[in-house]
Design a protein around this ligand. Sequence first.
Ligand code: 13P
Length: 257
Amino acid sequence: MRKKIVAGNWKMNTTLPEGVALATEIDTKLRNRHEVSNKTVVIIGVPFTHIWEVGRSLAPKFSSVAAQNCAAEASGAYTGEVSAAMIASLGCNYVILGHSERRAYYGETDAILVKKVTRALENKLEVIFCVGEVLAEREANNHFEVVKSQLENGLFNLSKEEIAHIIIAYEPVWAIGTGKTATSAQAQEMHAFIRSTVANKYGKDVADNISILYGGSCNTQNAKELFLNPDVDGGLIGGASLKADDFVTLVDIRENV
Ligand code: 13P
C-alpha cells in the first residue's frame, strides 16, 4: 500500500547552525513521540549547504533529508550547479523537483524537469515531483488541464518501474505561502484526478501505490481535514515545517487519521 508522508520544504531559510538546531529539535520530538508508532515517512527538504550536517543530525529511523533541486546535467562545466550524484553522495535519498517557485522564478520547463527527474532516478534518488495551477488557471477552470499537462510532459516518459520512485505533490500556486489553503474538497478532487490520470497511463496498481501529497498553507489547523481524504496521502509543508512543534504535530495528525 502507498505510504503516508509528511515532507517539509524549508526553501531558502535558516543558516547552517539554525538548520541543524531545527533538525535536532524535530528529531528529538519525533523520537519521543514515535518510539511505538512509526507509520509515517518524514522527509525534511533543506538547502544544499545543509544536507550533510542535517542528515547526520537525524536518526534515519525517524526522518530523512531531501534536496530541493538538482542539476539537469550529470556533471561538467555548469558553474554553481549541484548534481544528483553529489546529492546522493551525501547520503540523501530524496529530491524535490518542479516546485512552482523554481518553475516561476528559474524558468524550469517540463523539458528541463524531464532531464532532472532522469538524473535523480539514475542516482537512486526518490523524487517529490510538484504540480499545480496558478489562480488565473483555476478561475478559468483550466486547473485539471494544467496539472494533466505537467504530469504528461514532466513524468509520463518514465517506465512503470521508474514511476514507482515518484511521489507527487499537488501544490496549487495560489495556496502557497498565502494562508489560503485549498478546501478539503478541492484537494480531494484534484488528488483523485491525478490518481486517475496516473491510472490511465500506468494502470490501477501503479496509481494505487503512488503517494500524492497536498502542499499550500497546510498547517496544524487544517491538516486533519485535508489528510482525511482518501487520495491525500500526506503533505508538503512550507512555513509550518520551520517550527519544530508544528511540523511534528503535522506528523502526528498524519499518523492518527
Ligand atoms: P507553505 O506551506 O508555506 O504554503 O508552502 C508550501 C510549499 O510550497 C511547500 O513546498
